[in-house]
Design a protein around this ligand. Structure first.
Ligand SMILES: [Fe+2]
Length: 262
């Protein structure tokens, strides 16, 4: 997660409604139109099935209450607007309570194709389709629950598991590798990069993932591929804090990316 942002949270009224400007709605509509053919081609079936179930608006920024109404009937989750950046403790607590924290602002056209921090397009378009799937929702909650029981030094380890699955996970479908994670579904460029055959693809393995460092500001050089969403369902039952201790004892892998320029 980035540590700072120039974007300001949009505050909902008493009914949970956020007033977006016509330009903000137009940015949503253009992002949606650009990304739709890319997810249809490259995203996995669980994501696409969820995308159809959520049935979000195409021509305006969707409102969290309307998305929550759909999620609640399917998996008991909801989406709640939060400030642009929140701390790990609040983040994990909300996931544990089946509440997805959504940054409520939408990117400006200057950041149309790439934005480092999550915006409402990433949160709704990227995340909410998979929260309609009980297996994915259960895994998301398990990470949150582990986070609420973790000590501060564990956060960076646990968030790597979140990063390489919920944000940037891939899923094997027959002979193809499709995108699962929200960071891919909502990124016009990284969805193509991840499925290009260029990055290194590794099999899903919790300990291996916990030991893999990442940078948030570049396309990932390595992705982890699930064979089946049931692997995530099984991972939700693991002792994730015990896994962190195991990973810590083994140590981090050497980074596959260049060091960040000062
Ligand atoms: Fe995200």
């Amino acid at each position: 997660m980035p540590k700072s942002t120039d974007y300001v949270a949009k505050i909902p009224d008493d009914t949970g409604h956020i007033a977006y400007t016509s330009e903000e709605d137009a940015v949503w509509a253009d992002l949606y139109a650009q990304q739709l053919p890319r997810i249809r081609e490259h995203a996995s079936k669980p994501y696409l099935d969820g995308f159809d179930r959520v049935a979000m608006a195409a021509d305006r920024v969707p409102q969290c209450p309307e998305i929550s109404d759909r999620l609640r009937t399917l998996t008991g989750w909801q989406v709640a607007p939060v400030p642009a950046l929140i701390g790990f403790q609040q983040f994990f607590s909300m996931l544990a309570e089946k509440t997805f924290p959504a940054a409520s602002f939408i990117r400006s056209r200057e950041h149309f194709d790439y934005i480092e921090e999550p915006d409402i397009f990433h949160e709704i378009f990227g995340h909410t389709p998979l929260l309609t799937d009980a297996r994915f929702a259960g895994f998301s909650q398990a990470i949150g629950t582990a986070g609420t029981q973790a000590v501060k030094d564990d956060y960076a380890w646990l968030i790597r598991l979140y990063w390489f699955t919920i944000e940037f996970g891939l899923l094997r479908e027959g002979d193809s590798v499709k995108t699962l994670g929200s960071g891919l579904a909502s990124s016009p460029t990284e969805i193509l990069h991840a499925t290009s055959g260029v990055p290194e693809l590794r099999p899903f393995d919790v300990i291996d993932i916990l030991r893999t460092p990442y940078r948030i500001d570049i396309p990932q050089p390595v992705y982890f591929v699930l064979d089946d969403l049931d692997q995530l369902f099984a991972a939700a039952d693991r002792d994730l804090l015990g896994d962190i201790q195991t990973a810590r004892a083994l140590g981090l892998h050497a980074p596959k990316y260049p060091p960040k320029a000062a």
